[in-house]
Design a protein around this ligand. Structure first.
Ligand SMILES: CCCCCCCCCCCCC/C=C/C(=O)SCCNC(=O)CCNC(=O)[C@H](O)C(C)(C)COP(=O)(O)OP(=O)(O)OC[C@H]1O[C@@H](n2cnc3c(N)ncnc32)[C@H](O)[C@@H]1OP(=O)(O)O
Length: 325
């Protein structure tokens, strides 16, 4: 008699996750051939210690390489979709097999995945348009009150941006964790620590340049991701997403470096975040030491992310060219 284990499933735009409920699974054999996944293993399931097996014919084409990892309690399988996209169901059969249930621990609706990008897109577009309009109306004066007019939305967008690190870490999107971490930590350090905690920085024009350069890339990047979620592409937008960073990234980091340098004497004077040392030594470690180290890290970060974006650009345009032949 063939026994079937309980199988939980969830999807992302690029992957399918299956979680097979088998304790101490051994002799695991998972194969994908012509969009049919076949699983076999010896383990303890709902019917005790037995050989368990199942097969699933996927709704749409998948890659034949399949990865699996077993823990003491389950076997986790990851299958990559041939084409990015959201599936309306997992299998060709409209009636779902009885052993297959949604994995609510990992479940994400397509709308959940898109909502977060749309919010950030709206936020950054509002910032960009607002700053541009103010620049036209108030001219140079607008450079001095950027923080008061824009910072709330920027705090909101950059807090949401932290989710990008989680997306990368949990494989929700196909991107590296390190470049995303550098990007998010880098910006949030300047936003929350340099601008957020020093009132003396709020009226400086550098805030305008930092915010403007940050938002200028995002008005192309997030719509590009939104279209990607619908398996759609607009060539001009793709080109802009993978080209505009070439001048913007160094300029953005330069503007951030100016902000850090300008904040150093303020931290020294106010002793904010300085660490007092024992009386015998008689002084304190100023936060400006951290800022000097951070300035070096910034250029290291710029190098790592510039290289990453250059590779992404090459990969994107190479793939497209190949597809065109
Ligand atoms: C360890 C911590 C140390 C900290 C040290 C700090 C030092 C800090 C120094 C650096 C400071 C930098 C501060 C930043 C300044 C600026 O921003 S200046 C302004 C200009 N900036 C930019 O141009 C950078 C913009 N940012 C990015 O491009 C990203 O954040 C990135 C991580 C640097 C690169 O993005 P990445 O995701 O790797 O590239 P993509 O090719 O766009 O995406 C890869 C695939 O993933 C899909 N995808 C990604 N995100 C999503 C999403 N949210 N939703 C849906 N899909 C997504 C994307 O479509 C790609 O998929 P494919 O199309 O299938 O390839």
């Amino acid at each position: 008699m063939t026994l079937t284990p309980l199988v939980y499933w969830a999807q992302r735009h690029e992957e399918i996750y299956l979680r097979v409920e088998l304790t101490d699974a051994q002799n695991i054999d998972v194969q994908v051939h012509e969009n049919v996944l076949k699983f076999q293993a010896l383990g303890r399931g709902a019917k005790g210690q037995h050989n368990y097996e199942f097969s699933l014919e996927f709704l749409l084409p998948v890659k034949s390489e399949v990865s699996h990892k077993s823990t003491q309690r389950q076997v986790n399988i990851t299958v990559r979709k041939q084409q990015r996209g959201w599936w309306e169901r997992l299998t060709v059969l409209e009636r779902k097999p009885v052993f297959l249930v949604p994995d609510f621990d990992r479940w994400l609706d397509e709308s959940d995945a898109e909502m977060e990008i749309q919010e950030k897109f709206l936020g950054f577009s509002w910032i960009f348009v607002n700053m541009t309009v103010r620049l036209f109306i108030f001219g140079q004066d607008s450079l001095y009150d950027t923080f008061h007019t824009i910072s709330d939305v920027m705090f909101f967008c950059q807090t949401l941006a932290a989710v990008e690190v989680l997306n990368a870490a949990f494989g929700v999107v196909r991107t590296g964790v390190i470049p995303t971490l550098i990007q998010v930590v880098g910006r949030n350090f300047v936003l929350f620590i340099i601008f957020g905690s020093l009132e003396e920085m709020h009226h400086r024009p550098v805030v305008f340049f930092v915010f403007y350069l940050w938002s200028a890339i995002e008005i192309f990047r997030y719509p590009f991701y939104v279209l990607g979620c619908f398996n759609t592409e607009w060539k001009t937008l793709t080109w802009l997403r993978y080209s505009v960073w070439i001048p913007l990234y160094p300029l953005g980091v330069l503007a951030e470096a100016v902000a850090v340098v300008q904040s150093i004497p303020i931290f020294d004077q106010t002793k904010l975040y300085s660490i007092p040392l024992p009386k015998a030594i008689g002084t304190s470690i100023n936060f400006s030491y951290v800022l000097h180290v951070y300035l070096i890290l910034m250029f290291l970060g710029l190098f790592i992310n510039f290289r990453h974006l250059y590779k992404q650009r090459k990969r994107r345009f190479r793939t497209k060219k190949r597809k065109a032949h």
